[in-house]
Ligand binder design. Sequence first.
Ligand SMILES: *[C@@H]1O[C@H](CO)[C@@H](O)[C@H](O)[C@H]1NC(C)=O
Ligand SMILES: *[C@@H]1O[C@H](CO)[C@@H](O)[C@H](O)[C@H]1NC(C)=O
Ligand SMILES: *[C@@H]1O[C@H](CO)[C@@H](O)[C@H](O)[C@H]1NC(C)=O
Length: 484
Amino acid sequence: MSQRWYMRIAMCIALIFIISFLTVIRFEQRKIKSFLNPVKELAEKMHFPDESKFSQLVNQLKEHKKAPVLQLVNNITKWSSDRLPKMNRTYQSIKNVLKNQIGEALVGKNKMSGQSLISNQLYGSFNSELVNYDVHIFYYPWYLSEGYDGRWKHWNHNRLPYWKKGEIDKYSTSSHTPVDDIAADFYPELGPYSSNDPSVIKQHMKWIKQSGAGVAVVTWYPPTMSDDFGDPIDPIFPKLLDAANEEDLKIAFHIEPYKGRKVVTLRENLKYIVDKYGDHPALFKTERHGKLVPVYYIYDSYLIPFKEWSRLLSKNGELSIRGTELDGFFLGLLIELKHRFEIKKAGFDGYYTYFAAEGFTYGSSWKSWRDLSSFARQNSLAFVPSVGPGYIDSQVRPWNGVNTRGRKNGKYYKAAWKTAINSLPKWISVTSFNEWHEGSQIEPAVEKAARGRTYMSYSPKNSTFYLDLTREFVSDFYESKTKL
Ligand SMILES: *[C@@H]1O[C@H](CO)[C@@H](O)[C@H](O)[C@H]1NC(C)=O
Ligand SMILES: *[C@@H]1O[C@H](CO)[C@@H](O)[C@H](O)[C@H]1NC(C)=O
Ligand SMILES: *[C@@H]1O[C@H](CO)[C@@H](O)[C@H](O)[C@H]1NC(C)=O
């Protein structure tokens, strides 16, 4: 071959190289554009202190071509800390948004490490001041106490009747009589408290912060409704949101299967929540198609057929909330294998597994998590496994011993966390902060024996053992995401 041919081939190769390079740059720029607007929107809402500096930042991001991303983030961080006091909430919130937005847009949604890589740049390592917004913990504000509210709710829960024919009479259905006899196998350090009590709420938020979890997922019924045993819960939300905000925590809604729950009523619920709480700084939001939207966990979502769900959650559904002010990031409950497909077809954004008892359902079987996670990744869904320290509900379901899971001084919890982290999930949820009836709580518990009852405890460990242990795992999860 002549030298000219070599030249031509070389030029062709160079041309191909240049074209691909330009394509990559354009792609990057488009990604950057898609997150600038929400950042700007939020920054304006938060009264960003210096508009010109912000525009400069925006321009810098626009010009930014290949990848001195980390350097850029360092610059932003340096600039923010120069300008604002360290723990200033405005600064904190903007950092969070930058973390989410830049992380997802620049490092790529499918690489697990995006958000954490950036947050590591912003915060340094996971120190004791921090919480991890990728870890969510289920919270129940349904307890009332005679001392605070004038009557008991939930601590006096009765034993639920057995549903199995012929065995119904074998088990007691009597209720419990606090303070010595409560509807739980463990006894709370705060005693049988009231979820309405501001000092209890404050202590709970401090403990959640101590655990490192950044988001409390709070059980929710529409305003005048409640579960079968409690009072309406919605009136507590303003207090919870304010208290969470004090500790830099976020709140997400756990929508319960209230009587008459249908997609039409759910749409009304979303409107209510957005109107009433949508602007609260403690409402947990995440990025969806370039916009920040609230996150909703939908308990027992399978009770509504997926065709119904898709009227609400798919883009072209007749009741669709997509792209409207009611849009959100919706997580369905995965119980059986087939729910993967149903949740996908329904238009959900992902799934969680809730149950702390390993093997109770397909979803709560640790060995399914790897598959559930890769199915989620392949289908652009979020996988959010739920981990718990153990399970025992003998004081409300005396016939359910088959589902008891011993804590083994934290070994059970550790195995759950390890499996969850190894499955590379988007987030991890913890069941629970205070579901005392089911003995899945990590809230501090104490030793107690009274009136013929001897409670279980965390002994030989101390009362905050499961909070402290959670913090270790939360940190492990955080570190795992910073590794490329
Ligand atoms: C970060 O700041 C340094 C020093 O001011 C500057 O040289 C560099 O270009 C900046 N990097 C980016 C990506 O903006
Ligand atoms: C945070 O700093 C900004 C700008 O200095 C200020 O306007 C705002 O009030 C501060 N917020 C708090 C909670 O201190
Ligand atoms: C509980 O024990 C841990 C580990 O031994 C310790 O670090 C922590 O300070 C203890 N907490 C309390 C409240 O005693």
